[in-house]
Design a protein around this ligand. Sequence first.
Ligand code: URP
Ligand code: ZN
Ligand code: ZN
Length: 449
Amino acid sequence: MPDLVIAGGSIVTPAGTTLADVAISDGRIERIARDVGDAAEAIDASGMLVLAGAIDVHTHLRLPDEVHPDRFRRDTEAAAAGGTTTVLTFNNPGTGISDDGARSLMRGLDEFRERTAGESAVDYGLCAVITGQQAEPVRELPSLIASGVPTFKAFMVYDFALPDTTLERVMRTAAQNGGMLQLHCEEPGIIEPLIARCLAAGENGPRFHAACRPPEAEAAATRRAIEMARRIEAPLYIVHLSCEPALEAVAEAKARGEPVYAETCPHYLALTDALYADPDDAEVIKRVISPPLRTSADVEALWGGLRDGVLDVIGSDHVPDRIDTEKHLPAPPFPQISNGAPGIETLTSVVYSEGVARGRISLERMTEVISANPARLFGLPTKGVLEVGRDADLVVWNPGARRTLRQQELHHSSDFTPFEGLEVTGAPVHVLTRGRPPGRGRFIERRLG
Ligand code: URP
Ligand code: ZN
Ligand code: ZN
């Protein structure tokens, strides 16, 4: 007899939606059929959707430390509360430093595993960040990949941007060893003069952050990165794509058959740059993110990109910043404001409500871009699809629930949500990780297929 049956729900996979029961044993899906019979326990899912839990491949969780011992746990609990059952996170700047002061990716992995052991409510993995501060990051990549961290992020902008020569070496080494680069594409040559001009004119409020990071800066860097990957014949994953001109660059690469993948985020799909016109800095600062929010035309273009397959994944880009301890009010001059906003708990809600309930994408496509594609692209073959043999990471979803997203009702460790006041349709009712209530997440050593 199965341990648990989820009875009578609509089972959603990328291939279609069918009315069926899901039988679960030993944390795995044992059977999906019309009537699987008795089980030790049952959850009635009639009238509900049954979805694979979301896999959030873009988060910046904070490792537990003396000041914030519980942030990692709280944010992974928040992920589960929102319907996300696997989280990949970038390691924190300032980790991976040996006693002699040298930085290393492998040391970063060891430290990450030590400090997160037993701390995650959901299964989780690491994506390394190559900042240029590590002594020999390229030389370390084969060992890192072999140790279960086959994806890593680098930046084309900020103080820790990698020079093109290093980016090329990272791409080439990744391609040769079964890895994939996740690249933040913004062009400093366009952004930095705009920042200098703003500051010289005394325009240093938080709203000027967005004005200095125009779509052209993102599109130019996206094109340059795609060109580099094409020359090297390396796969490339573009993180947090926010605007139509960058989307066009990805569409052209895909049309040429190149292994270029792209991710967008819920905030680019639900919010617009109109929020930067708010006279209250306390509101604007909640949306100081990079790339910034864009126009409603970009929002519609991104939904189009999700529909037609140019965009592969939606990740939250969760940054657990708090206004009281990281962003600060009164706001410092905008270049000093910590970039990022929380979103780990609201991913499925925003995508379901703004996407599926508003008819912009199908339910099946949603499950593809928040679960199946993240599993496929990030080396998680036991996750991401409701299929016999895979982990029973699933969400019973009430498609008719209506609520308003409010900070006071969220579980994450931030003290704000950029989605404050957004009315959403749909809500998770039950969330299971490997067939059980969340709480005992395991570190996953990943291999790309
Ligand atoms: O503003 C953002 N997105 N902050 C997080 C870091 C990053 O670039 O993803
Ligand atoms: Zn980034
Ligand atoms: Zn990010």
